[in-house]
Structures are given as structure tokens and as C-alpha cells.
Design a binder for this molecule. Sequence first.
Ligand code: ADP
Length: 646
Amino acid sequence: MTDQRNAEDSSGRVDGASARRNQRPRYGMLSNTAFMMAQAWRGRKSALAICLGTALSAATISILNLFVAPTVLTTIEEHASLTSLFAVIGLFVAGLMLANAVSAYCDTNKLFSYVEVRTSLLRLINEKDARTSYPNTLDAAFNEAESKATDSCSNNQAPTEAIWTTYSTLLADVIAFAAYLMVLSGLNGWLIALVVATTIVSYVVGLRLNGWGYRHRDEEERYVNRLYYLYRTATSRDYAKDIRVFGLRRWLDDLWNGTMRLYRGFLARREGMYLWANVVDVALTLMRNGVAYAYLLWIALSQGMSASRFLLYFTAVTGFTTWVAGILEQCSTLHRQSLDLSTLREFLAWPEPFAFDGGEPLPCDTAKTYEIRFEHVSFRYRPDGPEVLHDINLTIHPGEKVAIVGLNGAGKTTLVKLASGFLDPTEGRVLLNGFDIRRYDRRDYYALFSAVFQEYSVLDVTVAQNVAQRIDGVDIERVRWCLDKAGLTQDVAALPKGLDTPLGRAVYEDGVELSGGQTQRLMLARALYKGAPILLLDEPTAALDPIAEDDIYRKYAAMTDGRTSLFISHRLASTRFCDRILLMKDGRIVEEGTHESLLASGGGYAKLFDVQRKYYRSGGDSGQTDMDHGTAAMEKEGAGDDVSRG
Ligand code: ADP
């Protein structure tokens, strides 16, 4: 259930971006290797066999290549028969062919296996993202980790796929290193020390100079982000009108060219560094091979070393460097990839402040009578942020229609999010029929709600699928009924494919885009289709003109009949159909009652209503909404101050 890491803040509102950024990785290299092996074992076992096959075949090819020429030469030096010579050559050729065949097989098939393991991780990320507790989606650190985790699975070069190549190359390097070391053990220990030392120096210098790019990645990221932003702005449909009307093209061109100039300068500096790394490497290789050559020549001349031995040692000395450098290189790559894997695993193990599968199933209430009670509820979005709701006590009775009104930022949406279980209180409790909602499986709890939110989410699927919120098993008759109730029947009939018309252009070329008002009605139909016992309406008419708005309020009134509903609105007249109206100010419920009783009491609600009514009489046809006028006027007339005293 609730992870201990977040025990100090059970609502999960922690914005731990900066805190977590400086933390050490939670999972080490060995643990990550075990994780990848287990992932492959569960998903695609062939990934393990292919990784091993690639390593063994590469090591075998290197070892056979080391021995082939000296062995053939030895056979000739020993004046062996032609048959023996052919037999030796034949054995090496057969061995090399076999190893190359295994290598080619692994190479051809690795893509499928490695990709499958990578995509299985991507699936886990997507599942986590789609099912995580709502407060996590507000946490910058969670979003940052999600973005990094996705990056680490985004393409064939991404760490979760490339790591298999690192494993196989590292294993091949270690095997070849051991074989070469055995050959060289017959030589002077100082020569081996020189080879190892120059390789390490060359590697460290290279790492330092090549690391310049890594150390300056923030600078590069800045240029790339800026260029990407400019590209997106210049090509996006969203800005097309503004660019033309305000003549922004030249400005964008200048910005692009200026950033490009800086980026080119950066790349030139970075390439300069890489050049120096190559110069150092070449110098050290020259020195190492020169000394080895001289030493082996000296032994050959002074101690009569055979040509085949000379060849074997010389190949071993020059090749040995490759394995030492390879091991260092692969270890450093593995370290980097392991950091990315750690981030991915931290994301997958991100604490869930809400109970899901571990929670109690919601008791089945056949009468569908649900009472929601706020008991001394206070709330902050961040532990160090301001308190947004203060000590709210409120009972929403079964079947009651409650309207919440108040100025922007009063806390209306937050209150609804707490009632619907998207957020948990910082202090106090939200109770369903007398029990804290935190004990239940949160998905069961969400099943109680139908909702129309301010930000609507139309999916790029057909009209019918949008209403039913499913692909299969759509009850078409029910869809029609809901569209009819929402007043959309005629609009849908006018669409090219009626109910089967796809919406949105992101997926379908012939997708249709609905107007703001049509979308609001579609959202209403969607809420109707779900038919849940509690209805949430958060400013559901913001995009409507006054006539359409009036029509839709009537529909809401009919729709909410017999159901518990919570309704946020700026338009006070729209709340008349509600049983009770709450006026919120600065995170508190400052007035409550029916429309009539609140008007009669002459408090903040009455003032606000008066302002809106005057506006409607005088300027309602200007096209501006009462929200703009009413709110501004209310602020000007100080109605809000009265409200606080009310
Ligand atoms: P209303 O619905 O009445 O306009 P809200 O409930 O949206 O008010 O907001 C109440 C307060 O909480 C405001 O001060 C707002 O800035 C703040 N707030 C809303 N959402 C967040 C969030 N995700 N993170 C931090 N503060 C928020």
C-alpha cells in the first residue's frame, strides 16, 4: 500500500525534484544487471543466449586470429607434412567459419530479442504512468523521472537496448584479455606492465578530453532546446496565424541563425578537444609498439627466438592493448547505462500514496446512496506551499445537488478533487458513508464518479467511442440516447460518418474537430453514458455562449435528478437547480444556503449575484462572458471582502 518513503506526506504532494536530483542512484551496477537478466528471462529468453553467443563468438575469433599465423608458421618451421599443414589450416578455417556463423546469427537476431526486452520495459513505464496516483502526476520529480525513464527506452541506441551490446563486448574483452595474458606471461613482466600502463594513461587522457562534451552537456542542451523550440514554433499550426499577422518570420530567422552560430562554435570547441585525445592516443601507441618491437627484436637476435614465436608475441602485445582499453571503455559505458537503468527502476518503484490493489474493495451499495463528508480537511499542494483549503467541514448528502461558487483561486476545484479522491487531505479526512476513503482501492472509488472537467480530453477515436470511452462493446443505443440528452443528435448526424466519424487530426487524416460548445456537450454525453451515482461538473459551460449555456444547465438539472452532484460554476444563475450553494473564499466556505436564502441574507453571494445581473442587463450582448465582467466587478466593488465577513 503506502510506501514508507512518502510516509511523511501521505497525499504524495511532495515536489522532490531538487531533493531527488542530488541523491545517489538507488540501484547499483550488479543489481541492474540482475534486473535486466530477470527482465529478459521473463520477456525474451533468447536475449540472454544471443548476448552470450555474441560474446563467445567474438572472443573465439580474436583468439583464433592470434594463433592462426604463428601456428601455421610453426608447422612450416618444423617441416611438417603437407597433410599436417592443410589439417592445421583446415582446423583454423573451420573454427573461424563456425565462430563467424554464430556471430552472424546472433547479429541478425539480436535486434528482435533486444528490442522486445526494451519494449517490455517501455510497457512497464507506460503502465506506471497511466495508473499512478494522481498526486504523482503533479510532482515535478515524478515527471522528470518518467521522461528520463522513457528516454532510456526510446530507440535502438537507448541504454536499455544498448546495454546488451555492452555486456557481450565486455565479456568478449575479458575472455580475450585472459587468453592474451596467458600468451604474454612467457615474456618480460615489464613489457606487460608498460603495455597496461600506456593503455590506461591513454584511456584516462582520452576520457578526460572526450568527457569535455559530457561536462558541457548543459550548454549543448541549451542550444539544442532553443533550436528545437524555434523549429516547433516556426512549423506548428498553433503559431501559424500569429507568425503571419505579427510578421514574426524575420525575428524567428534571426533567433535561429544566432543560436546556430553559438552551437557551431560549441561543436568546434568540442571537436578540438577530441582531436587532442586522438593525438595523445597515437603518440602512446607509437611508444608502446616501438618499445615492444625493439624488445622482441632484441630477444630474437640475442636469444634466437623463432619467427613464429616472434609473430605470436608481437601480435599479442599490440592486440593486448585493445582488450585492456576495451574493458575500461565497456566498464565506463556500463556505469553510465546503469545510472539510466537506476532512474528507470526508481520510476517504476515510485511510491504510490494511494491504495490500489492493496486497498479494500468498496462495499457494494445496491441502493447507491453515497454520503461524502469532509472532516476538518486542510490541504496544501506542496509541504512548503501555502494552505489552499482550511479546516473544511462539509457533508454532501445522498442525492443532494451542491453548487460551489466563488472567485478564481478560492479553492473550488481543489475541494472537488479531494471529494473525488484525486487528492488526499494534508489534515483531516474525507469519508464515504462514514469510512475514510484512503482505505479503499482508489479505482473502486473512482467508479462512483462521472465528471465533466474544465480541461476536456477528447480522444482521437470515433464519436461513439468517445462517448462510451471504450473501443469494444459500445452500446450504440445508449450512445444515441446520451447524445440526444446532451443536445448533440443533429450535430452528429451532420458529420460525414455520423457516430463513426473520427475526432481529432493527430491520428486520422479525415478526423473532425468539434467546436468548444460541441465538445462540452460531448463531455456531457460521456458523463451520462457512464451513469455513475455521483456527478462532478467543474465549470462545464466555460466555452458556451449564453443561450447554449442556458440550454445545457437545463439538461444538467434533468441529468442530476436523483443523483449526488457537485457543480462548480462562475454563473450564479446557473446554480439555481442545486439544493445547496457554497460560496468559497480563500480556501474557506464563507456562506451556504439555497439561492433564495443567500440572496435574502444580503451577503457576498447576493452582491456577486447583483453584479452579474446588472451586467447581463447592460452588456451581456457584448460577447464577453459574465465571468470576466462579474468577477472584475465583484473585485472592484469589494464584494469579496464582504464575503469574507459573511
Ligand atoms: P478555483 O477552482 O476556485 O479557481 P483552485 O482550487 O483551482 O481554485 O486553486 C486554489 C489555489 O490552489 C490557488 O491559489 C491555486 O493557485 C492553487 N493551486 C491549484 N492547483 C495547484 C497545483 N497543482 N499546484 C500548486 N498550487 C495549485
